[in-house]
Each structure stands twice: as structure tokens, then as C-alpha cells.
Design a protein around this ligand. Structure first.
Ligand SMILES: [Ca+2]
Length: 271
């Protein structure tokens, strides 16, 4: 009996030792500068592998560079301090609405097919597309995998960005992006600027070519509609403030003026 207890204690001690070793191995810490990025990457690679990231994703991770421009942009976010009117003016809402109506008229069947499939009307998708990238004209010039990995390493919002960094690596595995793919400063992808974790989760192959490509307009808009549907969009219900689908627009972007602007522009586009 004594002997068995001793063995149990030894076993427990060994388990504790292993747990402590694992704890220290996974504790490569975040930083507010580039210092320690390479050591953190090596540790994050182990976490990524355990989370199911494959060889291509891990290679992309090893090739990432600390993105100072992403951190500079992250330290200097200002646009949502504006009033709604000022925000809409600065973001060119009148132009988005005018061009958006034209896009809807020229591609009526396409937008109707998205509404049949996902229940989301054209105006909402077009307003988001216009607001995010000027209908695909400005999709960003930051390397997505480096940007999102840098944000996962940075201490300010590490826990928020880590799942998106893992998402980006899995998108590389799937062939949706490569390590050279460029997006916005926070790693947002393609026509409607999905964060990588959302791209992984909600992306759909809208044009049926076997690949989910957020730089293809059809795939990007179908994925956006799918995101909104999965977040609770109710077909046929209103999306202005106070109506059931406004809270789904809230799920797309956390900034109130952005949500209000989308609802207003979408109504003007939908007529
Ligand atoms: Ca596709």
C-alpha cells in the first residue's frame, strides 16, 4: 500500500513536471515591439500544428515578417470617431450608392440569385462591397499572413487575433490564399475584407470552380451573404435600426456609424 502510494506520488510529480514544461514551452510571450517575434513564431507553429495546420500553412508562418506598418496602423485608428454624416461623407457614400444602383441594375440576376440562396438583399451586399474596397478597387497592400501573425504576436489584442492567424494558415493549406496574398493592414481579405478566421468559417465557392477565392467577386459576395445568413439574417425582414436584421449588420462590423451607414446606403441602393 505504501509502495503504491509512493508510485502514485512519483507519477503525479512527473505529470506536474510535464505540465509545467509544456506551460513554459507555450509561454513565448507577446510583445509591443518586433523583439522576440521569431521565438514566438516557433512556439506559435507548435500551437498551429496542434490545431491542425498543415505543411503549407506552417511554411507560410515561418516566412512571415513582422509588419511594422500593421502595428503603426493599429496604433492610429481614427475613422470611427466621426459623426455619421461626416463618416458617410468621408467614405464617399453618395458615390457608393450611385455606383451601387448601377451595379445592381447591370447584374440583377446575380444579386437575385444571392438573395434566393441566402435571403440577403442586393443593397446590403453592394453597400458592404462599396464601403470595404470601393467594389474591389482597393483591397490592400499588406501581406495577409504576416499582418495577422504580427497582430497575434502583438500584446494589444493577441487573444482576438490568434484564431484569425490560425485561420489564415489554414486558408493557405486550402489554397485560398498564399503567403504573398495582400490585404488590408489587419489582414482583411479580398473584396469585402473578411478577417481570415471568418473567411475560413464562412467562405463559399460562389462561382463553382472548386476554390474559395475572396479576390473573386462572386465568391466574395456569396461568402458575405453566407456570413450574414449564418449570423441570423431573416429573409424578408427589415435591416434598418430597430428592425430584426440590423443586429446582423452589427455582427459584420462593431462600429455604430459603419452599421448605420450600411443600412442607409443599402436602402438607397435597394430603392
Ligand atoms: Ca470559386
Amino acid at each position: 500500500m505504501q509502495r503504491r502510494i509512493s508510485l502514485a506520488v512519483v507519477g503525479l510529480t512527473a505529470a506536474l513536471g510535464a505540465a509545467l514544461a509544456a506551460g513554459s514551452a507555450s509561454a513565448a510571450s507577446c510583445s509591443n515591439t518586433s523583439s522576440g517575434f521569431e521565438a514566438w513564431k516557433a512556439d506559435f507553429a507548435r500551437q498551429a500544428s496542434a490545431a491542425g495546420v498543415g505543411q503549407r500553412g506552417l511554411e507560410a508562418l515561418s516566412n512571415t515578417r513582422y509588419s511594422q506598418s500593421t502595428i503603426s496602423a493599429d496604433r492610429n485608428q481614427k475613422s470611427f470617431r466621426y459623426s455619421l454624416d461626416k463618416f458617410m461623407e468621408i467614405r464617399g457614400s453618395a458615390t457608393i450608392v450611385r455606383q451601387g444602383r448601377d451595379r445592381k441594375a447591370r447584374n440583377a440576376n446575380f444579386y437575385a440569385s444571392l438573395e434566393r440562396a441566402y435571403g440577403v438583399p442586393a443593397g446590403v451586399l453592394i453597400a458592404i462591397h462599396g464601403m470595404e474596397t470601393g467594389f474591389g478597387r482597393f483591397m490592400g497592400d499588406s501581406e495577409v499572413v504576416s499582418a495577422i501573425t504580427t497582430l497575434a504576436f502583438d500584446c494589444r489584442r493577441s487573444e482576438f487575433f490568434k484564431p484569425h492567424a490560425l485561420g489564415a494558415l489554414k486558408l493557405v493549406d486550402r489554397g485560398s490564399i498564399t503567403r504573398q496574398t495582400r490585404g488590408a493592414k489587419h489582414g482583411e481579405l479580398g473584396h469585402t475584407q473578411f478577417l481570415p478566421g471568418n473567411a475560413l468559417r464562412y467562405g463559399v465557392d460562389g462561382n463553382g470552380d472548386g476554390r474559395v477565392d475572396f479576390y473573386n467577386e462572386t465568391d466574395a459576395l456569396a461568402s458575405t451573404a453566407n456570413f450574414l445568413r449564418q449570423k441570423g439574417w431573416r429573409p424578408g425582414q427589415g435591416y434598418q435600426q430597430g428592425q430584426p436584421n440590423f443586429r446582423v449588420i452589427e455582427a459584420w462590423n462593431a462600429a455604430t456609424v459603419y452599421q448605420q451607414a450600411i443600412a442607409i446606403m443599402a436602402r438607397q441602393i435597394d430603392g
